[in-house]
Ligand binder design. Structure first.
Ligand code: ADP
Ligand code: MG
Length: 209
């Protein structure tokens, strides 16, 4: 994993968000203020514009560079949360390498999001996707799963848990202002996180390393 891998994942996530932009906009119009996809695409465009810098770095500094850009461009609630995800991952020790190292980094990123957003699962946010994915990732790494197995399993875990946010009552963020009316809609941050995880996994499965 290095800056080139980070950028390849950003490109994959960017393409998937663009493809689903109208859907994510509708989800945030239903239970938020409609800006989630605009916020994310503004950040993605800024990251793409600094491609050469990100690609020249090692894994952790590439993530830190991307995090700083995300913080200054994304905005909303999700900007600082995605910043925490990337810096949390960057701070984690990456000297283990491989599946175990990446699982540890991902879990550290999710933990940082939890600290920033002060929530876990069940409040109808991106955490309802991020936490189960981090837990399964750690379990797979602990059981010695192959990279292939991990990259095929995590998108399924992300999708199941994204879909489960539909029936939840929102207790965090803007959607919580709707109370019971927040039920019946998938959380936009859960959907965007799931799409980015699926896109990154699909991209990484093509690499040999
Ligand atoms: P805003 O709600 O400020 O307009 P965005 O539209 O960019 O921000 O992001 C909304 C998403 O942020 C929600 O769909 C939800 O997934 C996520 N979110 C909101 N509050 C929290 C929180 N405290 N912890 C984790 N995720 C949150
Ligand atoms: Mg919003």
């Amino acid at each position: 994993m290095n800056g080139k891998t980070v950028m390849a994942c950003i490109d994959a996530a960017h393409a998937s968000l663009r493809e689903h932009a109208d859907e994510i906009a509708s989800l945030d119009q239903a239970i938020g203020d409609g800006d989630h996809i605009i916020n994310l695409l503004r950040g993605m465009d800024a990251l793409v514009a600094m491609r050469a810098q990100i690609e020249a770095e090692a894994f952790a500094p590439a993530l830190k560079l991307a995090a700083t850009k995300v913080l200054s461009t994304v905005g909303g609630s999700s900007g600082p949360l995605f910043f925490s995800m990337l810096t949390g991952m960057a701070k984690s020790s990456t000297d283990i390498g491989g599946v175990a190292g990446f699982a540890r980094a991902f879990a550290a990123g999710v933990e940082a999001v939890g600290q920033r957003g002060k929530t876990g699962t069940g409040s109808k946010t991106m955490m309802d996707v991020l936490i189960p994915v981090a837990e399964r990732f750690t379990a797979l790494a602990d059981s010695g799963a192959s990279k292939q197995e991990v990259l095929e399993t995590l998108p399924r875990v992300a999708e199941e848990n994204m879909l489960a946010t539909r029936d939840m009552l929102a207790t965090k963020g803007r959607a919580s202002f709707l109370g019971e009316r927040s039920r019946g809609h998938i959380d936009p941050g859960a959907r965007s996180s799931q799409l980015m995880i699926a896109a990154a996994c699909a991209r990484l499965v093509q690499d040999d390393a």
